[in-house]
Design a protein around this ligand. Structure first.
Ligand code: AMP
Length: 426
């Protein structure tokens, strides 16, 4: 499938310093040793090609979340060492390939500071974005540099875009989307868009509670974006009209507080006022597994619960295993879902597990404010003109909806509530 953004072939590489945004945000153990070098390996074709064509790659990456400060454990030393082994060439010296230190040691990186972007751009003649997993970020090394230098997509980026187009253009049916994660606001447009393409949507994670509340279920103290309830209702009604089931959790793993050491408490679909849902329950996981195994195309974005905490990880693990067991074409996107797949050591069993979240096809020059897989699905017609640079990330806060919007949500729910079906019934 054609890629309609500039690619490596479009750049004159000989004698040029080529800034390459890679994603070396690799998983490491407690001693800092790399436990999975997939992301480094994935960047090799681009780096090797630049070297072979007489260019000098200058690699830029982030690693972890150092929050604008130098954090010794978040240096890129191990990644550089591993890359040198794989490339069989010295890295981090003024040799054939240079790797700069973790960009997120500088607060200016995440702020997309124009002075910082300019300083980075001065170290190169050209810019290549091969960091599929970071391309949705409005960061200096992604968006800032791309505005300043002739830019192109790297080989990994090309592959990832092709994978997503395979999902978006004539996907094999049944096509199932699984959406999770905290923020329903990030994903509602995607739900709407997916309705045109998929045969069913499975919803989990924090975002499920806004859906459940919209259906008048009791959700206790669970995460709810009150100001999204009207929009959720609209999506539910649209799905109902189109005959596309949106499956919601039928049971949950709850807790009395949002804390890692909270005792997991099982709950049916309606949650006690004193509890909050932190994972999908076993019945839901079984239903979702069944659906996933029947699908010929699956895209998954967002965890089913607070998978960072062992007591609330089973739902996400179950979905990861089901996606790995699915014989169809499976794509996992979103840092958290990819991390869950990596943690369960299932990466090789996913047909396309991007080296992190996917992005708009315009990654060579544009970040996307929303989650990148989500954005890709949103822009399913593969608009490659990078309009997203203009957008600022929504600052809507969870649980912060004003009373007025709650009241209006109640009013409009009363007006237009869709038929209430069993949460996971198709
Ligand atoms: P997102 O960035 O919207 O994809 O959300 C990912 C985050 O959602 C992860 O850090 C999860 O811990 C969090 N999450 C998933 N399920 C829940 C839940 N039920 N309550 C609160 N946070 C959740």
């Amino acid at each position: 499938m054609e890629l309609d953004v500039p690619r490596l072939d479009d750049l004159q590489l000989r004698g040029k310093r080529v800034l390459v945004r890679v994603d070396f945000n690799v998983p490491v153990d407690e001693k800092g040793a790399i436990t999975d070098d997939t992301r480094i390996r994935a960047s090799l074709p681009t780096i090797a090609e630049i070297i072979a064509k007489g260019g000098k790659p200058v690699l830029l990456s982030h690693f972890g979340r150092p929050k604008g400060k130098v954090v010794e454990s978040m240096r890129l030393t191990a990644a550089g060492k591993r890359l040198a082994e794989l490339l069989k060439t010295p890295v981090q010296k003024a040799g054939e390939c240079l790797l700069l230190e973790n960009l997120r040691f500088h607060p200016e990186e995440e702020a997309n500071d124009p002075v910082f972007a300019k300083a980075l751009a001065l170290s190169g003649d050209l810019f290549v974005n091969d960091a599929f997993g970071s391309s949705h970020r409005d960061h200096a090394s992604v968006c800032g540099i791309a505005r300043l230098l002739p830019s192109a997509a790297g080989r990994l980026m090309e592959k990832e875009i092709a994978a997503f187009r395979r999902v978006l253009v004539e996907p094999a049916q049944p096509f199932l989307a699984i959406l999770g994660g905290a923020k329903v606001s990030d994903k509602l447009k995607v739900v709407d868009h997916l309705l045109e393409k998929v045969n069913a949507i499975l919803v989990g994670g924090g975002m499920a509670y806004t859906f459940l509340k919209a259906q008048d279920h009791r959700v206790g103290k669970s995460l709810v974006q009150e100001d999204q309830i009207d929009l959720v209702l609209k999506s539910l009604m649209k799905a109902e009209r189109m005959g596309i089931p949106i499956l919601l959790p039928e049971d949950h793993v709850c807790a009395t507080a949002f804390a890692e050491n909270s005792k997991p408490i099982p709950s049916g679909v309606d949650i006690d006022d004193a509890l909050l849902g932190l994972d999908i329950g076993p019945k839901t996981a079984a239903t979702y597994r069944r659906k996933i195994l029947e699908a010929k195309t699956v895209v998954w974005n967002g965890p089913m619960g607070v998978f960072e905490w062992p007591s609330f990880r089973a739902g996400t693990d179950a979905v990861a295993h089901a996606v790995a067991d699915c014989p169809g074409y499976t794509v996992v996107g979103g840092g958290d879902s990819v991390a869950a797949v990596e943690r369960a050591q299932l990466t090789s069993r996913i047909k396309r597990a991007p080296c992190s979240p996917a992005s708009r096809s315009s990654c060579a020059s544009a970040p996307d404010p929303a989650n990148s897989l989500v954005s890709q699905l949103q822009s399913a017609t593969a608009d490659t003109a990078c309009p997203s640079c203009k957008n600022a990330r929504s600052s809507s806060r969870l649980r912060s909806s004003p009373a007025t919007s709650r009241a209006s949500a109640r009013r409009s729910r009363a007006r237009k509530r869709p038929a209430r079906t069993g949460s996971t019934s198709t």
